[in-house]
Ligand binder design. Structure first.
Ligand SMILES: Nc1ncnc2c1ncn2[C@@H]1O[C@H](COP(=O)(O)OP(=O)(O)OP(=O)(O)O)[C@@H](O)[C@H]1O
Length: 310
């Protein structure tokens, strides 16, 4: 399976407006994918379409390698979803809330302990859900989606409304999920900083269109270029240039370096440093400038009309 989620030409009109427009998602398996967009961009609608909760007007959807039209049960049997504010029975304990679903699905009793433990709710599990903070409610709801160990988790703004501590707990929990459970996590958020902290891949949604998509490191340009502070930038650029690197002076004491044939996103600063030191040039600092997701978002918002740049 190449992608945990793949869509092509996905479209949806609601109330006469195109809310999802030619969406081509590519979500690699085994990581957290951040689905970013401001309120109203269409994130929740897209997630509903992925789950077949609402009918799409056009397009193909493949979930865990299965076509949603041809094998809906197969596609969704191993998918857990947490959309909007999932409800809990307040008069029942956290554990009983989980048990109810475990029973319904005929899963082994050990599943309840496992999901409570992954969600960090074991020690609170016997308290009534009505006494929980919102953060604890969200973690219990997340625990419930982990029942049966789904291979794909769709989480719609799970940190919405939480206090800072609850947000941090939830982020750490989500970040660790692929490694702890093997699941691919498709996480929506309107918070760019959140996605930067949690996800390895991202897609940026604006007005129903995907304006950017890819590995976060590549999107942010991490590693594509290094800035080196040196005592003789002109000579440093020449030395690296002779060794096949692209290097130029960018400040009185600084050069920008790109690898000659390096893979995009990779630059061997250790070798560049060694070449300079061997040539008698002092290197005082090496930095990898990154544009923030915020920059990308502003750039993509400024670009008119929205292009599909994935
Ligand atoms: N049933 C509906 N009828 C008409 N328009 C709708 C309907 N549901 C959603 N919309 C509109 O579709 C757009 C996308 O909504 P959606 O809820 O998917 O956005 P979102 O990115 O999830 O934002 P939020 O974070 O605010 O939920 C919004 O402009 C919304 O007003």
């Amino acid at each position: 399976m190449e992608f945990a989620i793949a869509t092509d030409g996905l479209r949806k009109k609601l109330g006469g407006r195109t809310v999802i427009d030619d969406l081509a998602l590519r979500v690699p398996p085994g990581d957290v994918y951040g689905f970013i967009g401001p309120n109203g961009a269409g994130k929740t609608t897209a997630m509903r379409l992925l789950l077949g909760l609402i009918r799409r007007d056009a397009g193909d959807v493949s979930i865990l390698g299965r076509d949603l039209d041809r094998d809906r049960i197969g596609a969704l049997a191993e998918t857990g979803a947490f959309i909007e504010h999932p409800g809990l029975y307040d008069h029942l304990s956290g554990r009983a809330n989980i048990e109810l679903y475990r029973h319904q699905r005929g899963l082994a009793a050990s599943e309840t302990d496992r999901v409570l433990e992954v969600a960090g709710m074991t020690e609170h599990a016997n308290r009534k859900a009505g006494q929980y903070s919102l953060g604890m409610r969200q973690r219990t709801a997340l625990a419930r989606t982990l029942l049966g160990n789904p291979k794909l988790l769709l989480l719609d703004e799970p940190t919405n409304g939480l206090d800072p501590e609850g947000i941090q707990d939830m982020r750490e929990l989500i970040r660790a999920l692929p490694e702890r459970t093997g699941a691919t996590v498709f996480l929506s958020s309107h918070l760019l900083a959140e996605i930067e902290q949690v996800a390895k891949h991202a897609g940026l949604l604006r007005d129903g269109k995907l304006v950017l998509q890819g590995p976060l490191d590549e999107l942010l340009g991490g590693g594509g270029e290094a800035h080196m502070s040196v005592d003789d930038p002109k000579r440093a650029a020449a030395v690296l240039g002779q060794a096949g690197w692209a290097a130029e002076k960018i400040a009185a004491d600084q050069i920008a370096v790109r690898g000659a044939s390096a893979t995009p996103g990779e630059i061997d600063t250790a070798t560049a440093n060694r070449l300079l030191v061997e040539a008698g040039i002092a290197v005082s600092a090496i930095a990898r400038p990154r544009s923030s997701l915020e920059d990308l978002y502003r750039r993509s918002t400024a670009a008119q009309p929205a292009g599909d740049t994935q």
